[in-house]
Design a binder for this molecule. Structure first.
Ligand SMILES: [Zn+2]
Length: 352
């Protein structure tokens, strides 16, 4: 093979920490953007394109020197997107040929290149699409319809009343982020846990303990095959909100946080005086609901977002986080990371 047939290859200029692409991300990227990438802890990016190093030449001249520190997984994906975009914008593509020498019995693959690689006019819309693809797709599960008791503390409002929440949310997200690949799955996620394995992260914001326990049980049994899970819930009628990241068998699983049903959770949030109440909005024919305001839902969502951003940036921090909303009913609990519980029925102290 002649050197002109090489793709784009970036050698490490200095050791970089925090490099590492999830296997799922690599697979998806290869499939969708005609590239192959390898990133390891020593700081090596290896990209192969059918461009005879054209994309790399541009990247080296304009971008590589600006990267002076460690890059995280999301930044690595952005770099790969730009390489893919450069490749797609090359004005003149290399022409590959086989040269057969029958006398010497040799076969050489060569490429005919322009003197200087040039780019077509930059398409920022395409860049947006590629970025969204690189960052994956979002699938929403919900088996509930938007009820009148949800109004005022849900992303969706009156126009979506009576509609499936996953479908409504997907519609709103597409309006705000038109290039995001978002899919609604109206129905129960129970029984669909295997499907979740193809994703990089699962967020359980149902607040339904039984569902969370079932999901945790499945995730623990599948071990490293299952992606990290972020659980987000409201404690005691909105007295506090909590988020837990379960991403490693080195730390507590969801069930480890309250391994024995009859006992208090390991991190106690509610004071003895706190009372739970469920109300019914009789006039609207709604079922029972917990009467907490939208500020509580927002606090729960914000806390979960903080944890997800930390995880995305390779700095997960404290895996169990608590925000007290009403200090008369809840304690001001410090963020912490729990070790696995020796009496946890789900993982028994060690995920396998
Ligand atoms: Zn456990």
């Amino acid at each position: 093979m002649h050197t002109t047939t090489s793709g784009s290859f970036i050698p490490p200029s200095r050791p970089r920490e925090s490099l590492g692409l999830a296997a799922r991300g690599r697979r998806r990227f290869r499939k969708e953007q005609n590239s192959a990438a390898r990133v390891n802890t020593n700081g090596l990016i290896f990209v192969v394109f059918n461009d005879s190093t054209g994309a790399l030449s541009f990247f080296q001249e304009n971008r590589l020197d600006k990267i002076t520190g460690p890059i995280n997984e999301l930044q690595a994906r952005e770099i790969m997107t730009d390489l893919a975009l450069l490749n797609m914008h090359l004005k003149e593509r290399p022409v590959y040929q086989s040269e057969l020498d029958m006398v010497n019995e040799t076969h050489k693959i060569v490429a005919t290149l322009p003197d200087r690689p040039e780019l077509q006019e930059w398409n920022y819309e395409l860049r947006g699409r590629l970025l969204w693809n690189a960052f994956g797709r979002l699938v929403l599960f919900d088996n509930q319809l938007l009820a009148s008791s949800n109004l005022g503390r849900h992303l969706l409002g009156l126009p979506h009343l009576g509609r499936n929440k996953a479908e409504g949310c997907a519609e709103v997200i597409r309006t705000q982020l038109p290039f995001l690949d978002v899919e609604a799955r109206p129905g129960d996620v129970l029984g669909r846990f295997k499907f979740l394995e193809e994703f990089d992260l699962v967020t359980d914001a149902t607040g339904e303990e039984a569902l969370s326990l079932a999901l945790n049980d499945f995730a623990v049994k599948r071990g490293p095959k299952f992606p990290p899970v972020v659980y987000s819930w409201v404690v005691g009628d909105g007295a506090a909100v909590q988020t837990m990241l379960c991403d490693s068998s080195d730390y507590a699983c969801y069930k480890c946080s309250k391994p024995e049903l009859s006992k208090e959770p390991r991190v106690r949030v509610l004071r003895n005086s706190a009372e739970m109440s469920l109300r019914r909005m009789g006039a609207c024919g709604d079922g029972l609901y917990s009467p907490f305001p939208v500020s509580v839902s927002m606090a729960a969502a914000s806390l979960a977002l903080d944890v997800i951003l930390g995880w995305g940036n390779g700095k997960p921090g404290a895996r169990l986080r608590t925000r007290a909303i009403d200090l008369e009913r809840s304690f001001a609990v410090k963020d912490t990371t729990l070790a696995p519980s020796a009496v946890c029925p789900a993982c028994r102290g060690k995920m396998t």
